[in-house]
Design a protein around this ligand. Sequence first.
Ligand code: NAG
Ligand code: NAG
Length: 260
Amino acid sequence: MYSSFVSKHLFSIPILAVVAMQLSFVESVLSLNQTNEYLHHICLNRQGTYKSGSKYERDLNNLIQIISISVLGNVVVFSGDYAPYIKLQCRGDSSTSTCRSCLDTAFSGISRRCPKNRGKIIWYDNCVLTILTSRTYGEIDYQNNFYISNSKDVSGDTKSFNEKRRALLYTLKDKASSKENVPNTKNYLYATGEESFGKMKLYGMMQCTQDLSIKNCSVCLNWILAKLPKCCNGKQGCRFLSTSCNFRYELYPFVKLTTI
Ligand SMILES: *[C@@H]1O[C@H](CO)[C@@H](O)[C@H](O)[C@H]1NC(C)=O
Ligand SMILES: *[C@@H]1O[C@H](CO)[C@@H](O)[C@H](O)[C@H]1NC(C)=O
C-alpha cells in the first residue's frame, strides 16, 4: 500500500476576466504551433530494475492512474511515501486535457525507452515525468538536466541580445518566485513574458515544479540561469531543463502568455 499526496486546487475568476482570457486564448492559440515534442529521457540504471508482474510494477501502474484522475490544469505534483515516487509537472499553460494527455504520452514513452527501470525520467514540451525509488519532494535535483539550443545564432549585436535576454529571464525569475504567488494555482512558480529586441520579439518562459518552496524555486532558477553563457550564448532560442526547474526563450511565440 502507499499513501499519497495530491496537490490540486480550483480557483475562481470573475466572469468578465474569463471572457477576456478566452479571447486572448483563442488569439494566442491561433498563432502558436502547438506540439508536444519529445525532448529527452534518462533511464536511472543505478536505481535497479523490476520484474514483470512485480509489486513495483503494479504500484507504478496504479499511481499513474491515480495521477491521471487527479490532473487539474497544470497543477499536479504527486509523491508517494514508498517507492515508486512519482512527480508530474505540466507546463503552466496546460489545460487539464493537455496535461493528462502529456502524462499518457510520457508514461508510454518512458515505459518503452526504459522498460524495467525502477527510476526513469522523461521530458516533453508540455510535461516532465519523474519516477524514482526515493522521495525527493521539495528537493532540488542537480543531477538530471540537459539543454537544447537553436543551432542558429542571433544575427547582429550579440552582446545587446544577450543583455536583453538576461534582463527578460531574470525578470521572469522574480515573477516565478514571487512571494505573492499562491500555491496550487496555475501560475504558481511559473512565469512567461516578452521583450522587444529591435524589430523582433523575445519570448520567455520559466517554471519550477510545484513541490518546491518559493525559496528553493529561486535557488533552482538561479542555478540554471548561471548556465546561460555556456548553453545559450548568442543562440536565437534555447532551453535548459532539470526535473526541478526549467527556462526557455525563443524569437517566436511558443507558449500562451499569461496576460492577467
Ligand atoms: C509545427 O512544428 C513542427 C515541428 O517543429 C513542424 O514540423 C511544422 O511544420 C510546424 N507547423 C506549422 C504550421 O508551423
Ligand atoms: C530546499 O532544497 C534543499 C536541497 O535540495 C533541500 O534539502 C531542502 O529540504 C529544501 N527546502 C525546502 C523548504 O523544501
